[in-house]
Design a protein around this ligand. Structure first.
Ligand code: URA
Length: 208
């Protein structure tokens, strides 16, 4: 499935930051679905507006809902470890956000209605940041962009043809890796290490 992005182009980091702040302001007041009643705050993003890589997760958990930042707590720590081991730098290389911006009750998978309600924010973020690479972290993020019958285990680690000018790859989410401890060949942790090494090599090619 091909996706088109808004033609609005921010020319530099300052313009991107300003556009993202305006979008976040709107998001903070969002009442488009019932999750607005149970959130502590919206969790919009972490990282640099002009980062070359955008990582998209599923939804904020309780730690993120309390901190107002995506991927903190145990999942965030594991993500940071995997990124660092592949030579990637969370602070400088990444703009991180989620498919939906509010915590779900008992961390359940977001409904299609919740995902639809939140899509303008996600697509707005992609259009403004215009990263070189997008990492879809888990099934919910992946199914925003590819057919629902495709499985994460089948397509993770492959470059997907979704946008004309952005390389897109799905990877296992840290919440899953927390339950998978083996680092033996062909295990989820091993695949994730290989996938992120591939991302680092592509980033180096694209930013030469
Ligand atoms: N934390 C996030 O912010 N997103 C996820 O998908 C999982 C944990």
């Amino acid at each position: 499935m091909k996706h088109l992005l808004s033609r609005v182009v921010c020319k530099n980091s300052d313009e991107k930051q300003k556009a993202l702040a305006e979008l976040q302001n709107i998001c903070n007041q969002c009442k488009a679905c019932a999750l607005c009643n149970t959130r502590t705050c919206t969790v919009f993003s972490d990282g640099k507006a002009d980062a070359p890589i955008m990582l998209i997760g599923e939804s904020p958990g309780p730690d993120e809902d309390a901190a107002g930042k995506p991927f903190v707590g145990r999942t965030g720590q594991l993500l940071n470890t995997f990124l660092a081991e592949a030579g990637l730098d969370r602070e400088n290389d990444f703009y991180i956000c989620n498919t939906i911006k509010c915590k779900t009750p008992q961390s359940r998978v977001p409904t299609n209605e919740e995902k639809r309600a939140c899509q303008p924010y996600l697509f707005g973020q992609i259009s403004i940041v215009r990263p070189k690479i997008i990492l879809l972290c888990g099934t919910t993020a992946m199914h925003t962009f590819v057919d629902e019958d495709l499985k994460l285990t089948d397509i993770r680690g492959k470059w997907l043809n979704i946008f004309d000018d952005i390389e897109v790859m799905a990877i296992f989410p840290p919440s899953y890796l927390l339950r998978q401890h083996s680092t033996e060949p062909n295990t989820p942790r091993w695949f994730t290490k290989k996938d992120l090494e591939k991302v680092k090599a592509t980033l180096d090619d694209l930013t030469l």
